[in-house]
Design a protein around this ligand. Structure first.
Ligand code: SME
Length: 165
């Protein structure tokens, strides 16, 4: 049994514990789906006040002619499956290869509402050799839930996972 129980009281301690747990769970495991699934569960366990936590992967479009974001392992309500580059918060993060910290999703042009409860969102690209291979998406029912400490923590997680997903 894996027992990763968060004990941290500050954001930086929380992310240190989360990264340690993610490292321990994914080290030496080559299966990308298993690693994303376990990390989605860790995000849900370690980060308070979320209503969705998970991954979109860069994968072929249905006709195979291009790439887009395709839903990966997550915790939360069922979500939209395919997101074109440049669309919504996730597609913007993928296209720009830059984290998107959105205090009010209703004010983000083109935001894709998968869960009407979502009020704020953080999306961080996972880069490998400079190219985006996935994004990590966190949603919260609280406005302005995420801070730069969250962006830094999730960016460090993305770097850890890049060779493992
Ligand atoms: N809100 C995202 C879509 C994904 S769901 O939040 C899980 C977006 O605008 O890209």
């Amino acid at each position: 049994m894996y027992d990763f129980t968060p004990t941290a009281t500050t954001a930086s301690e929380r992310y240190r514990e989360l990264l340690d747990a993610a490292d321990a769970l994914t080290a030496g495991e080559p299966d990308a789906v298993a690693n994303m699934a376990n990390v989605a569960a860790l995000l849900w366990a370690f980060l308070p006040d979320l209503n969705w936590a998970g991954f979109y992967r860069v994968a072929p479009t249905r006709d195979g002619a291009a790439s887009e974001l395709v839903l990966g392992p997550f915790v939360g309500r069922p979500a939209c499956i395919r997101i074109p580059f440049g669309k919504g918060v996730c597609g913007t993060a993928a296209q720009s290869r830059a984290a998107q910290l959105v205090a009010d999703v209703h004010a983000f042009p083109g935001h894709i509402a998968c869960d009407a409860a979502s009020r704020s969102e953080l999306v961080v690209p996972v880069l490998r050799d400079g190219a985006v291979i996935a994004v990590i998406d966190l949603d919260s029912p609280s406005p302005a839930r995420f801070t730069t400490a969250d962006t830094e923590g999730i960016t460090a997680l993305a770097a850890l996972l890049s060779p493992r997903i």
